[in-house]
Design a protein. Structure first.
Length: 828
């Protein structure tokens, strides 16, 4: 009997001293728990995307009962401190570190909150709203719980009246329940990449390529955060070169900020570079990036108010000072900035438009202002930092009830040059066009853009949007150097009612400062309405927008299907004075003038099935073209570790107009099979198919006889197919590898590790990549990725003559690209 007692005693001691850290464990650790394999698998699947803060969180696992929890109490311990490098630099953090474009500023805020959580009892409406996947209804639920009393832990947080399951799970990573007296955080990021960024491009875009591997993309970023007795002091610096930028052309940013968070009010001061965003981005939001179909919910959230700027944007950025004060019922936000802007300068010294370029080349594609050839003299002045802009404005918001807001927004931009869009004289033309003005006798023969601007509906039906560019000439008492201005004002409204939120925003251009706050529907204007309904297994978003053609606001970032100037002459580089002017469209961050309604929904109708829908129907204001886009999604989970993702899209332009000059119809399907293995390993297979039907081109394939009108050619179709394979393997907690291979015939958009890639080939292409991630310390990460693309050899030439005068028959073209990415991230 004594022997049995001794054995049981030491066995219990062994278990007590060897308990499993449930938040930092392996599958092999869980197999020690005396539960059946099905429940162990369910537990492992739950831990792959959730953390355990309390033993009762295990009740959220389907199939677990109170007896299972009593068993687990003997074998596990709950350690909320992150000790595993794989968790401290989790998959989410890796994604945020790699984010760029419109989500980059959001990711900076999320990283701040992740590494330095704020006491949730001190967080206000805007701070909660900025967190990922936290709906307006979840935010109001947390604020209601705060009114009940102090939130001391996850139990009170989880029982916030009306908070959703996903809202609670996402909030736990960013909130704490006490305030440290003193804390220091340092973050350092750097990377080098030899391929151009596809930031801001949609699945329908095909950007022009600039190949200069001698000037890779590079970034260095340092941020220091010091918290002392409620004061949050931040200092940051960034230096960034776009791919192809010359070494003396770079983005340099720095800021100092101080934030005071109190349960009754909040105060924020920023000096240096900062971002500003109000409402739904209809009136004012900084940043160079364009994101299509940005609703402001789920994964397309936006921050409201002012915040520091360490993003890669270089054009629509602010440099000066900003101030914000807020409490439960009121928020005042004001800002002022003076900075340089890239712009196209006219021959008379005025400027046609601001332009965001990638890369930034002051004298265009040819970049040789000293060459006497007239081809190199079509750019009248250096584009870089050509215009000085002074911008100031603010937002006043009143909140009479919890979750209900009324706001007024105003901003004015002053320029030190006259704003005079001279499209024919400065932008359109061509290599063979030696005259800046339109010459009816020669421009058609020279195939000059001067002849086809506003005169070629077959492919440039949106030129009226160019003709609607804003022009201005005037002075200002606020800045003696001002020669032109742009002024916009508007109002917003938002409210939360039970499981629904509603938002409305209206903006209008203003030319008379004495009428500020007085609205006239005859002025160019825009409005957007947004509604979001959220239930346990179902959500529904509807967005309606209506933007006037003349509402030319460079700081507009509200919802749209396309960016401004799409389907205009700016897309055709051969009709422009310099190919870099393509970026007037290709890098535009403004929405297109359109009117339409967008619907998005997600429904989990079974524990194994999740369905999604995106439906958009709109009219393009420039040519009254009617579009629709429908995307359906289905996720099937036949087993806990197996996923099947199916996506089908149909999109059309001009389907309801028999006389439309350039209709098209696109069908696209893709299916992914993903197998999740032990230790977070996974294997994924991809198959993609799409087909686009264009209108015929009888002038190219029809009879040369002008008196014969028979159609000798039908619609033009472009069928594309792709197949791919990818896998991830974790050698240890410190070292992991991802790799993939994809074959594409035609057009393909593809997510490669953390990069978004676009392929558009006339033949076929084979693309392969491999990346390694090494974490020698919990908060230190090294990332290295290489990729290789190889086109299949092809030719479209029967015979020809080379530069030496020799005959060449059937020459083959074989293009290859080798790219790399090196990234280092460190935080303390």
């Amino acid at each position: 009997m004594l022997k049995v007692f001794i054995i049981l005693f030491f066995s219990s001691m062994l278990i007590a001293n060897n308990k499993i850290d449930i938040n930092n464990c392996k599958m092999s650790d869980l197999e020690r728990i005396p539960l059946d394999k099905t429940k162990i698998d369910l537990l492992w699947n739950f831990l792959s995307s959730n953390r355990i803060d309390s033993i009762y969180d295990l009740m959220d696992i389907e199939g677990f009962d109170i007896e299972d929890i009593h068993i687990m109490k003997q074998y596990i311990e709950i350690n909320n401190k992150i000790v595993d490098s794989g968790l401290s630099m989790s998959y989410k953090v890796d994604q945020w570190l790699a984010d760029e474009g419109s989500s980059e500023g959001m990711s900076e805020i999320w990283l701040d909150r992740y590494f330095s959580p704020i006491n949730i009892n001190l967080m206000n409406y805007d701070q909660l709203s900025s967190l990922p996947n936290l709906s307006p209804m979840d935010v109001v639920a947390v604020l209601k719980q705060k009114k009940r009393g102090e939130i001391k832990g996850t139990f009170q947080l989880k029982n916030s009246p009306g908070i959703s399951h996903y809202g609670y799970k996402n909030l736990r990573d960013f909130a704490s329940f006490d305030s440290p007296r003193e804390k220091l955080n340092v973050r350092f990021n750097t990377f080098f990449r030899s391929s151009p960024s596809n930031n801001g491009f949609d699945e329908d875009d095909a950007p022009i390529q600039y190949d200069n591997s001698n000037n890779p993309e590079s970034l260095y970023k340092l941020q220091v955060q010091y918290f002392l007795n409620g004061f949050d002091i931040n200092v940051g610096h960034l230096r960034y070169n776009q791919f192809g930028d010359f070494k003396d052309v770079y983005t340099n940013k720095a800021f100092v900020s101080m934030e005071l968070s109190d349960k009754d009010y909040g105060l924020n001061l920023i000096a240096g570079n900062y971002n500003v965003s109000y409402g739904q981005g209809l009136i004012f939001e900084t940043g160079d990036s364009y994101q299509p179909r940005r609703t402001g919910h789920k994964f397309t959230k936006r921050i409201s108010g002012i915040y520091s700027d360490l993003t890669r944007s270089q054009q629509y950025v602010l440099n000066g000072a900003a101030f914000q004060f807020s409490n439960e019922y009121f928020r005042l936000s004001v800002f002022g900035s003076k900075d340089k802007r890239d712009a196209i300068i006219n021959q008379d010294g005025s400027f046609t438009a601001l332009i965001t370029m990638a890369p930034r080349m002051g004298w265009g594609w040819y970049n040789d202002p000293n060459n006497s050839d007239w081809v190199y003299q079509k750019i009248h002045d250096n584009i870089l930092d050509a215009v000085t802009e002074v911008t100031y404005g603010g937002n006043i918001r009143v909140s009479p009830f919890l979750g209900t807001h009324f706001g007024f927004t105003f901003y004015e931009s002053l320029y030190d040059r006259v704003l005079d869009p001279q499209i024919i004289e400065s932008v359109v033309g061509g290599v063979d066009d030696s005259e800046p003005e339109f010459n009816q006798l020669t421009d058609y023969d020279e195939y000059s853009g001067d002849a086809f601007y506003l005169n070629y509906s077959q492919s440039n039906s949106c030129d009226p949007e160019i003709a609607a560019m804003y022009a201005s000439s005037g002075t200002s008492d606020n800045w003696s150097s001002a020669q032109s201005f742009r002024r916009i004002h508007g109002f917003e409204f938002s409210t939360v009612y039970k499981n629904a939120s509603f938002q409305f925003e209206y903006g209008e251009m203003n030319t008379d400062i004495s009428k500020l706050g007085k609205f006239n529907h005859n002025n160019p204007s825009a409005f957007v309405f947004n509604a979001y309904f959220q239930f346990a297994n179902f959500d529904f978003i509807i967005v309606h927008r209506d933007y006037d053609l003349d509402y030319d606001n460079p700081y507009q970032r509200s919802y749209s299907a396309y960016r401004r100037y799409k389907s205009s002459i700016f897309e055709d580089v051969y009709w422009l004075e310099d190919p870099m002017y393509y970026h007037l469209f290709g890098s535009a961050s403004q929405p297109q003038a359109e009117k339409g309604t967008y619907i998005e929904s997600r429904y989990q109708f079974n524990e194994k099935f999740v369905a999604g829908l995106q439906w958009d129907s709109w009219v393009r204001k420039a040519d009254n073209a009617k579009y629709f886009r429908i995307v359906s999604k289905l996720e099937w989970r036949p087993l806990f570790n197996y996923r099947v993702y199916f996506r089908y899209k149909i999109q059309s332009r001009g389907s309801f107009d028999l006389h439309h000059p350039s209709p098209y119809f696109t069908k696209e399907a893709r299916i992914r099979f993903k197998l999740r293995l032990s230790n977070y390993d996974n294997i994924e297979l991809l198959y993609s198919w799409n087909h686009t039907t264009f209108s015929p081109r009888p002038r190219l394939a029809g009879s040369a006889n002008a008196f014969i009108h028979n159609m000798d050619v039908g619609d033009i179709g472009t069928p594309d197919q792709s197949i791919g394979f990818a896998f991830e393997h974790n050698y240890s907690k410190q070292l992991s590898m991802r790799a993939g291979v994809v074959y594409a015939s035609g057009f393909l958009w593809y997510i490669e590790d953390t990069d978004f890639r676009l392929f558009n080939t006339d033949s076929e292409i084979l693309h392969s990549w491999i990346s390694f991630k090494y974490k020698p310390m919990p908060l230190l990460s090294f990332n290295f990725k290489v990729s290789h693309s190889s086109d299949f050899p092809m030719t479209t030439i029967v015979n020809g003559i080379n530069t030496s005068g020799q005959n060449v028959e059937d020459p083959f073209i074989h293009e290859q690209q080798f790219n790399y990415r090196i990234q280092i991230d460190y935080a303390i």
